[in-house]
Write a protein that binds this ligand. Structure first.
Ligand SMILES: [Cu+2]
Length: 97
């Protein structure tokens, strides 16, 4: 029973997250992701230092190592974001209609 629940929840997570951006070595990788409206992007911090994801419309908390932040983009457009701690860290999410 437990295994069934785990498999189901994994399926849901996989379907919901269209793109994963790794935060490593003070970089967002990949730097640009393209998704469809309604899709979710997840950022995973793999660095020892804390980072955040600052979109114009939303902002993550400071993420420690291994922590994830997810955001769903409902409207098409080009969304630029950066890390408040390291303003040179920049990324883009392109949302297609
Ligand atoms: Cu940072």
């Amino acid at each position: 029973m437990m295994a069934v629940i785990v498999m189901l929840s994994m399926t849901v997570v996989h379907a919901a997250t269209a793109a994963t951006v790794n935060i490593k070595d003070n970089q967002f990788t990949p730097q640009s992701v393209t998704i469809k409206a309604g899709d979710t992007v997840s950022w995973v911090n793999q660095d020892q230092v804390k980072h955040d994801v600052d979109l114009d419309t939303a902002k993550s908390p400071l993420l420690g190592k291994g922590e994830t932040y997810s955001h769903t983009f409902d409207k098409p457009g080009k969304y630029s974001y950066d890390c408040d701690v390291h303003p040179f860290m920049k990324g883009t999410v392109i949302v297609q209609g």
